[in-house]
Design a protein around this ligand. Structure first.
Ligand SMILES: [Zn+2]
Length: 96
């Protein structure tokens, strides 16, 4: 039942990373069809179906990152307050 993978197949799988052949063959955002080469094969480096989808994905990623950052800053501020540390005030150095 099992067979050895060819070097080409192994390379292809490595290029796909953790994704499967199916997920690699569709747009990472909308699941649409990826642009094809002139041979009708989906382009290996393509992740999105269109520049519009790529831009939208970047916008969404950045919006999510901004939300994550706001949460992280909130947590940091709370931790600093609990520890009695004020980043706005320079720490006094011990006298030598
Ligand atoms: Zn798309």
């Amino acid at each position: 039942m099992t067979r050895e993978l060819s070097t080409r197949e192994i390379t292809r799988l490595a290029d796909l990373g953790e994704g499967t052949a199916r997920s690699a063959a569709s747009c990472a955002r909308c699941g649409g069809r990826l642009p094809s080469t002139k041979h009708g094969v989906p382009r290996r480096d393509a992740r999105y179906c269109s520049p519009a989808c790529r831009s939208a994905a970047t916008r969404e990623l950045r919006a999510a990152a901004r939300d994550d950052l706001a949460v992280a800053i909130g947590l940091l501020a709370r931790a600093l307050k609990a520890l009695g540390l004020d980043p706005a005030r320079p720490r006094r150095r011990p006298r030598e």
